[in-house]
Design a protein around this ligand. Structure first.
Ligand code: GRF
Length: 186
């Protein structure tokens, strides 16, 4: 199966997916909405073609998503994995890829959706947080949950230490879930 990864930032999850042994899908495209994002260099290093777009060049989400859809069709993409893609996916893509757009989020959803989920859990004084892989719907971090992994928060943690622990969990969980989904649904 062919997959596209959508990302806006650092791309550590992109990298973790690319470094998965015997990955069951071909990552044939990185879609990125920020030309200076570090993930663009990571894609280059892995030989993954990148499509960069600037949302401001379009009148609407539907307009740029129609362009993305064309790129995805050209490469026969059947899975979209969001990895730090900082935009809400609209109906043009959602209707074309039902239960085929997946996201990872650094909290135990439905707790702490949205921005800085790690900081939200840390500031709230939780002793457990985690990561969630879920199907994408038209909300922010609201779609059906596929799998979660708990991550402890220790009393003397700094936010930086917690962030590292969460990232390790993400880089472990996301590739595993991708393997299972692709194996099951092709
Ligand atoms: C991750 O924490 C992911 O859960 C969230 O955005 C972050 C992306 O990090 N959706 P990276 O760009 O993969 O390093």
């Amino acid at each position: 199966a062919q997959a596209a990864i959508f990302a806006s930032g650092t791309g550590s999850n992109f990298q973790a997916i690319m470094e998965t042994e015997n990955l069951l899908c071909d990552v044939v495209l990185l879609v990125c909405d920020k030309s200076d994002a570090a993930v663009v260099d990571k894609a280059k290093n892995h030989g993954v073609p990148t499509f960069i777009f600037n949302p401001k060049d379009f009148e609407s989400k539907a307009d740029y998503e129609r362009v993305l859809l064309e790129k995805l069709r050209e490469r026969d993409v059947s899975w979209i994995f969001l990895a730090g893609y900082m935009r809400i996916v609209g109906p043009v893509l959602l209707d074309e890829f039902p239960a085929r757009i997946v996201n990872i989020h650094p909290s135990l959803l439905p707790a702490y959706p949205g921005l800085d989920a790690i900081g939200q859990a840390y500031e709230a004084g939780e002793d457990t947080t985690g990561v969630t892989v879920h199907y994408v719907d038209d909300g922010i971090d609201t779609g059906p949950i596929i799998e979660q992994q708990e991550v402890p928060i220790y009393a003397d943690d700094t936010k930086g230490q917690l962030t590292k622990r969460i990232q390790r969990a993400e880089h472990n969980l996301y590739p595993q879930v991708i393997q299972r989904l692709v194996e099951r649904d092709g």
